[in-house]
Design a protein around this ligand. Structure first.
Ligand code: DX5
Ligand code: ZN
Length: 220
């Protein structure tokens, strides 16, 4: 196993100083910046919109990995693309036309991703494997940081890895929710390439970020 890509979720950052927080996790070794967008409808929580992504863009050159937990997603894709998203990940349940949504994302010059909730069948992503660059496996029910990892996702990661290998395409498997240095090795062994972590990166405050990211990378 090689060292995983680490995508800290800024949901756990200090929202009163987000720009500074993004610079800190960049300096601490983050590979991506994970941005959780919630609408209080698709998930029971509200967070941020494209204006915040745009405001954060000058603070780092690292890719913005934007996770849209919103329905519908289509009306906001152009705004997030223009704000500086590098990956835009949508849930299949967010609209009736996943294929069209992914096409819209690609047309805007952004890498499309599909997020799979804990109970979403893997078959939901199978017909669009040719169109995407990332699959986000949710290892908690989306909406909040700080929840416990659901180990039942591990065999699903293994199956996804096989599906991707059979396709012969380069698609990142990223795992999101309850990731810690204790469970990271099992997630990577199952076939993940990238780990999202909120609590496990931001705990202990700014002086701990580099150590926290290194602890996750060491699991590879
Ligand atoms: C959950 C979000 C996750 C979450 C991760 O809806 O998609 O990105 O913030 O936070 P932790 O690492 O605390 O589970
Ligand atoms: Zn997320």
């Amino acid at each position: 196993m090689s060292a995983p890509l680490i995508s800290p979720s800024i949901l756990s950052a200090d929202f009163a100083q987000l720009g500074e927080e993004v610079r800190r996790i960049d300096a601490a070794g983050a590979d991506f910046i994970h941005v959780d967008v919630m609408d209080g409808h698709f998930v029971p929580n509200l967070t941020i919109g494209p204006g915040v992504v745009k405001a954060l863009r000058p603070h780092t050159k690292k890719p913005f990995d934007v996770h849209l937990m919103i329905a519908p997603a289509d009306p906001y894709i152009a705004a997030f693309a223009e704000a500086g998203a590098d990956y835009l990940t949508v849930h299949p349940e967010a609209g009736p036309h996943l294929h069209r949504t992914l096409q819209m994302i690609r047309d805007k010059g952004v890498k499309p991703g599909v997020a799979l909730n804990p109970a979403t069948p893997l078959e939901a992503v199978e017909p669009v494997l040719d169109m995407i660059d990332l699959i986000l496996v949710m290892s908690v029910n989306p909406g909040f940081g700080g929840q416990a990892f659901l180990p039942v996702q591990l065999p699903r990661i293994e199956r996804l890895r096989q599906m991707i290998a059979a396709k012969g395409r380069d698609i990142l498997i990223e795992v999101d929710g309850g990731v810690t240095p204790d469970n990271a090795a099992s997630i990577l062994k199952a076939g993940a390439d990238a780990l999202v972590a909120g609590t496990a990166v931001f705990r202990g405050g700014p002086d701990a970020y580099a150590e926290n990211i290194a602890a996750l990378k060491a699991a590879g």
